[in-house]
Design a protein around this ligand. Structure first.
Ligand code: NAD
Length: 499
């Protein structure tokens, strides 16, 4: 039976018996916290407690980092023959796919993502991510430089050592994969701190890495709250780099931690307020409207690059909005995340639901027009209905702050120059899109938009070769792509005197 053929009842039956661990994974074993603390993980679709997970503290981080450090010192991973490391990572990618059902259930139960999204997007993307980086293991080359005849100079590219990965809850498996895969492929050892809302899939990831044939201690997981376990990892003197995905506020904190400890490298993938520019000459309005709807309501709007600002050219604004309302009002429907037909799950927690609803209240009080949504449906979980505001200007709070929910803000613009000015008037710069038939305008817009990822006549397209990361306060690292792999290495220059 394939996962695609499972019914809601099948998924519920599987959810009732899914096997998972709730502690940490250190030195190749599932372990409890030193201090025995626990925190409650709540299923946001029901509001019921799912489990009690181990609340890691500095003592657990110390054990995990020490375990990783031992593998760095023994070089059991970094000096393994590259083809052997490749084989382990390639096998690991297949194990992720083979365990798709468990991964899908664990993340859906913790954070409410529709099970179909897990099966069709998160799990295959995570597996592809490991497969891509596995293929790069023996392509990390050094160089020999041109020198005068009395010297021979070569540059080695070496791993950094212990890498700490701190990730959010919106794509728990996939965001972890984006950090862990290049770090491991480059020969580093890892300590991963998942978000406290979604602690379970990371433990399965670490367990399967051993099953793939990797040595214990190379990939460790410590669960716990950000200000305890996360801070201890980011402040640790033996961690060479922190790779962080999360909010801009905590991203800034990571830079402070680095300065307060050992000047560790910091890579940041943070928030966004992505503008989608729809110009009057766009190729096909229906397609663009569909992308606009998916771009903000997909994954409940809990997406760093969610297309939350719709910048619509005046001549087409009325028609575009009418079509958006006609289709967008009903395209995403709140429902049981374990129902394969559901495409809108709950917000990750009740407090996040309250936060999103408070932004909606703010939008109304600042004078934006609520076209649809704006409320929570009559369901037990932390749901928010898909919401569209029109009549928004770029100074309103709903146009400036990252809501991280299914809330679209439509702003009318007068031509491409004004669109660019509005698009760039943001502290964020993760992604942007432009829809136009005019090649010159498209290329000019690509140049002038201040964002790390630009889509033309599409949204959210890409593959593993695409650098994913932001300009401005959206961060300063790049995930996926070759550049990401190299960011987990450092160069060593060897100057040999032949004189
Ligand atoms: P968050 O910043 O609250 O938490 C992210 C991680 O940091 C969690 O593991 C958390 O436990 C940890 N953390 C929190 N406080 C900490 C502290 N004081 N010290 C150390 N660690 C701490 O973010 P979130 O709410 O989990 O995720 C949502 C955010 O993530 C959004 O802003 C979203 O845009 C961003 N995000 C960005 C990308 C990207 O690629 N740019 C991708 C996904 C999510």
């Amino acid at each position: 039976m394939t996962l695609a053929s499972l019914t809601t009842a099948d998924w519920h039956a599987r959810a009732a018996s899914v096997r998972y661990e709730t502690g940490h994974f250190i030195d190749g074993k599932h372990v409890d916290s030193v201090a025995k603390g626990r925190f409650t993980v709540v299923n946001p679709a029901t509001g019921n407690a799912l489990c009690e997970a181990s609340a890691g503290t500095g003592a657990d981080i110390d054990l995990a980092v020490a375990s990783a450090k031992r593998t760095v010192a023994s070089r059991v991973w970094s000096r393994m023959a590259p083809r052997d490391r490749m084989a382990i990572l390639a096998k690991y990618a297949t194990l992720i796919e083979a365990n798709a059902e468990r991964f899908a259930l664990l993340d859906t139960l913790c954070m409410g993502k529709p099970i179909s999204d897990m099966v069709n997007i998160d799990v295959p993307s995570a597996a592809k991510n490991f497969a891509y980086f596995s293929e790069l293991v023996d392509k990390i080359d050094g160089v020999v430089t041109a020198t005068a005849k009395d010297a021979f100079h070569y540059i080695l590219r070496e791993p950094l050592g212990v890498v700490g990965c701190i990730v959010p809850w919106n794509y728990p498996l996939l965001m972890a994969a984006w950090k862990v895969a290049p770090a491991l492929a480059a020969g580093n050892s890892v300590v991963l701190k998942p978000a406290e809302q979604s602690p379970l899939s990371a433990l399965l990831m670490a367990e399967l890495f051993i099953e793939a044939g990797a040595p214990p201690g190379v990939f460790n997981v410590v669960n716990g709250l950000g200000e305890a376990a996360g801070a201890a990892l980011a402040l640790h003197m033996d961690v060479a780099k922190v790779a962080f995905t999360g909010s801009t506020e905590i991203g800034k904190q990571m830079l402070i931690y680095a300065g307060q400890s050992n000047m560790k490298r910091v890579a940041l993938e943070c928030g966004g307020k992505t503008p989608q520019i729809f110009l009057a000459d766009m190729p096909d309005m229906d397609t663009a409207v569909t992308y606009a709807i998916n771009g903000i309501f997909g994954n409940m709007g809990e997406v760093c690059n969610a297309g939350s600002r719709l910048l619509i050219d005046k001549p087409i604004a009325k028609e575009f909005i009418e079509r958006f309302i006609a289709k967008g009002k009903s395209m995403y429907r709140a429902g049981d995340p374990l129902d394969p037909a559901t495409n809108l799950g709950p917000m990750v927690t009740a407090s996040h639901q309250a936060r999103v609803l408070s932004y909606i209240t703010r939008g109304k009080s600042e004078g934006a027009r609520l076209e649809f949504g704006g409320s929570a449906p009559e369901l037990p979980g932390a749901y928010v209905n898909p919401t569209l505001f029109t009549g928004v200007n770029n100074q309103m709070t709903i146009a400036r702050e990252e809501i991280f929910g299914p809330v679209a803000a439509a702003i009318e613009i007068d031509g491409v120059e004004q669109a660019l000015a509005v698009a760039n008037d943001s502290i964020y710069g993760l992604a942007a899109a432009v829809w136009t038939r005019d090649l010159n305008v498209a290329h000019k817009t690509v140049r002038d938009l201040e964002a790390g990822i630009i889509w033309v006549n599409c949204f959210d397209h890409g593959d593993m070769t695409q650098p994913f990361g932001g300009y401005k306060q959206s961060g300063q690292g790049r995930d996926k792509c070759l550049e990401s792999l190299l960011s987990y290495t450092q160069t060593k220059s060897a100057w040999i005197n032949l004189g």
